[in-house]
Design a binder for this molecule. Structure first.
Ligand SMILES: [Zn+2]
Ligand SMILES: [Zn+2]
Length: 362
């Protein structure tokens, strides 16, 4: 069995900055201690005898799964294991994990069990360390990676009221957490604090949708004009519904056309990482769930009539409205642990087995 070297405290330490992710902290500590990031990952997560290779990692650096890893990181960093855990996306696992999956838990030394985001349950919700998104204005204030940017569902900075940026503004390549911490693209050296972004100042509903997702993730009650019009289900169910609507709608879009990426990329997976697409999809999903179930029936009618994206900036990317259309009326929702969706009496529902008719757009 692989085992790591015995941990020694870093010479130069730093506390976690407000809202900072664990991987950002490790990247900053690497710079402070004059390590290159692979070396610090090697120290913290890698078996000393093995050739450096991701196959030989003892745990996942941005969201460790083992209690012993948090103990080791506590010695390296001088920070409490619970604080290190709270800097990982695992802290959102109660909401992020699908409702049909039982939570995986570990016990941090001397503390009650904490829940984990499993790889399978959360893989389309979490961005990898080489697929970061960021707010240029936040980076200008302090160059580090905020944990909340790890979530694909989160696509705005509410403080600066702008969309997040998911790619280098100059070369269009992915941005890593390391690039965010350094404040410039590692491919073309573009200054990330100067990346142009879209204001959401005038988009009241868009801001409500994002604020609601954040409230659910942080275990708070949503607030705002439409909050009382949400169905009375627990946050994990509503979050899961929004996620599934986003995933289904992505199948209708050609997000590669926007990015100009080669066809080898999976269409929906590219769309997962586009803040501009996620922002609009989240709004459509949130509009479907407020004033439940009336808006949801309207939403499905608009899908079937190929008018759903009519007033959305996503309209130009719609590739095919008919893709998986019958899913919306099928047993899909029950299988997703969302039986309340199937319980809606839909006057437009088709006879079992009959595919809804579609007016295809030109
Ligand atoms: Zn910001
Ligand atoms: Zn670049």
């Amino acid at each position: 069995m692989l085992s790591a070297i015995s941990p020694q405290p870093f010479v130069c330490r730093s506390p976690l900055l407000p809202g900072e992710s664990l991987y950002s902290l490790l990247t900053r500590l690497a710079a402070l201690n004059r390590h290159t990031p692979p070396t610090i990952i090697n120290l913290c997560f890698h078996a000393p005898s093995a050739k450096f290779n991701s196959q030989h990692l003892l745990d996942i650096p941005e969201r460790p799964f083992k209690a012993t890893t948090y103990d080791r990181l506590a010695i390296f960093t001088g920070l409490a294991p619970t604080d290190l855990y709270a800097a990982t996306p695992h802290r959102y696992s109660r909401v992020v994990m699908p409702p049909y999956q039982s939570p995986l838990e570990i016990s941090l030394t001397g503390h009650a069990p904490v829940a984990l985001c499993t790889v399978r349950g959360a893989n389309r919700e979490l961005r990898g360390v080489n697929q970061a998104q960021f707010c240029p204005a936040c980076l200008k204030e302090a160059a580090y990676h905020r944990l909340i940017w790890s979530m694909n569902a989160v696509s705005v900075c509410l403080q600066h009221q702008c969309l997040l940026v998911g790619r280098c503004p100059q070369c269009r390549q992915n941005i890593s957490v390391r690039a965010v911490v350094q404040g410039h693209c590692l491919h073309c050296a573009a200054d990330l604090t100067l990346a142009p972004t879209r204001s959401i100042r005038d988009d009241t509903f868009g801001r409500f949708a994002q604020r609601t997702l954040l409230a659910w993730l942080e275990g708070q009650a949503p607030r705002g004009e439409w909050a009382t019009a949400l169905p009375p289900h627990p946050a994990p169910l509503l979050f899961h519904f929004i996620r599934k609507v986003r995933h289904l709608l992505l199948r209708n879009l050609d997000s590669q056309a926007l990015l100009n990426l080669p066809r080898r990329y999976s269409r929906s997976r590219v769309g997962d990482t586009l803040p501009e697409a996620q922002y609009e999809l989240t709004q459509l999903a949130m509009r479907a769930i407020v004033k439940w179930p009336r808006n949801f029936i309207e939403f499905k009618r608009a899908l079937r009539n190929a008018t759903l994206f009519e007033n959305s900036p996503l309209k130009q990317w719609v590739a095919d409205y008919s893709t998986h259309l019958s899913t919306w009326w099928g047993p899909y929702w029950k299988n997703q642990g969302l039986a309340f969706v199937c319980e809606v009496h839909d006057p437009d529902a088709e006879a079992p087995g009959r595919r809804p008719t579609v007016n295809k757009t030109a």
